[in-house]
Design a protein around this ligand. Structure first.
Ligand code: CAA
Length: 379
């Protein structure tokens, strides 16, 4: 596999790095502490083309490949994972799904403003009693002829209050189990649609995570994505791509932890020399660097397979499973290397450690990734 980046991919990475350092770093501690959504930063990311990177320019996107997306995700996640989760959901789950399976009218109406960053989108699959067990949808979309009547509650929805457009999975025909689920587009402000309070989270505290409540919301039939009963398959397919996004977020958190640790280890002195000159610290750094490189290769492999139109379900699951573990381990080690300074907010690594944990949970827990991988290799 050829891992040499093109000029364009390198330029995207550089632009993302510059943006992250100049625009995200300055307020990141404050946004985390006060759980403030990075509204202005997300708007800027839209203007720079980071919110619809892979969408065809005809629909307002950047027309880039998944590798460029992964590189940008890594740079932004090194600094602010609350921003990069919005970016990942909008790019991978919302825009990619609409471009691949939406009607021309849906693309004109919804994809164009989503891909250009004018508005952002959300993806609503999880429910209070259906997280990993996603086929057990209790939200219903009853077929009323020319519209669906939507009722139910969705949980843990990223961009919950800031999105304008929501892709909601709901059960239309329970007898058909997962083949009776539909994916429908709901707009903010529709009658009967309300949004719960922001969740108070351990990490990615800037990201706005909410419950969504639907009470007799009328969704026009033309807002269904794909054929009747396609909703679960739609959700699984977009999540395959989403897992590459979250894997690259995890990679970014891990490499951010390493960069900060390398800098600190060279500056901090103990027992008459820089702590980087102590073998105890060197071994931590070398383990982090090796695991991060292995995670990067898995993420790039999944991205390249997706770009080539090859099956990538197993590779995306492996990339997310491994990179999220590396994010967790590397960020814990980064706190240890920083000692007492690592435990306070100014040095950033405690935030990376808190942010890392969610990458093992959302878009399929590590246990779900193991199930997906096992099923693929046992086929
Ligand atoms: N790609 C494509 N299709 C898939 C798939 C995949 N990765 N995984 C399952 N499917 C298909 C199966 O082929 C099957 O289809 P057919 O019946 O047509 O063959 C169908 O889905 C149902 O699959 P199973 O019979 O295997 O059902 P299951 O209940 O045993 O397992 C599951 C399904 C894999 C566990 C699935 O429920 C799952 O992935 N759960 C995790 C859900 C998840 O990732 N949630 C994340 C929420 S979104 C989020 O976090 C976004 C955010 O805000 C950050």
């Amino acid at each position: 596999m050829d891992f040499e980046y093109t000029e364009e991919q390198l330029a995207v990475r550089e632009a993302a790095r510059e943006f992250a350092q100049n625009e995200l770093l300055p307020g990141v501690i404050d946004r985390d502490e006060h759980q403030r959504f990075p509204k202005d930063q997300i708007r800027m990311m839209g203007e720079l083309g980071f919110m619809g990177m892979m969408v065809n320019p005809v629909y307002g996107g950047g027309g880039m490949d998944t590798v460029s997306y992964v590189l940008a995700m890594e740079e932004i996640s090194k600094v602010d994972a609350s921003c990069s989760v919005s970016m990942s959901v909008n790019n991978s789950l919302v825009c990619w799904g609409l471009e691949k399976y939406g009607t021309e009218a849906q693309k004109q109406k919804y994809l164009k403003p989503l891909a250009s960053g004018e508005i952002i989108g959300a993806f609503a699959l999880s429910e209070p009693e259906a997280g990993s067990d996603a086929t057990s949808q209790r939200t219903t979309a009853v077929d009323m002829g020319d519209y669906y009547l939507l009722n139910g509650t969705k949980n843990w929805i990223t961009n919950g209050s800031t999105a304008s457009v929501y892709i909601v999975m709901a059960q239309t025909d329970a007898d058909k189990k997962h083949k009776g689920i539909n994916a429908v587009i709901v707009e903010k402000g529709q009658e009967g649609f309300s949004i719960g309070p922001k969740e108070n989270k351990l990490g990615i505290r800037g990201s706005d995570t909410h419950s969504l409540m639907f009470t007799d919301v009328k969704v026009p039939k033309e807002n269904r994505i794909g054929a009747d009963g396609f909703g679960f398959s739609f959700a699984m397919q977009v999540l395959n791509g989403g897992r590459i996004g979250i894997a690259s977020q995890a990679l970014g958190i891990a490499s951010g932890a390493l960069e900060l640790s390398l800098k600190y280890a060279k500056e901090r002195k103990a027992f008459g020399k820089a702590i980087a000159d102590h073998q105890a610290i060197q071994f931590k750094l070398s383990k982090m660097a090796t695991e991060i490189e292995a995670a990067r290769l898995l993420v790039l492999q999944a991205a390249m397979k997706k770009d080539r139109g090859e099956p990538f379900v197993k590779e995306a699951a492996m990339a997310k499973l491994f990179a999220s573990q590396v994010a967790m381990d590397s960020s814990v080690e980064a706190v240890q290397i920083h000692g007492g300074y690592g435990y306070v907010k100014e040095y950033h690594v405690e935030r990376l450690m808190r942010d890392a944990k969610i990458t093992q949970i959302y878009e399929g827990t590590s246990e779900i990734q193991n199930i997906v991988i096992a099923r693929e290799i046992l086929k």
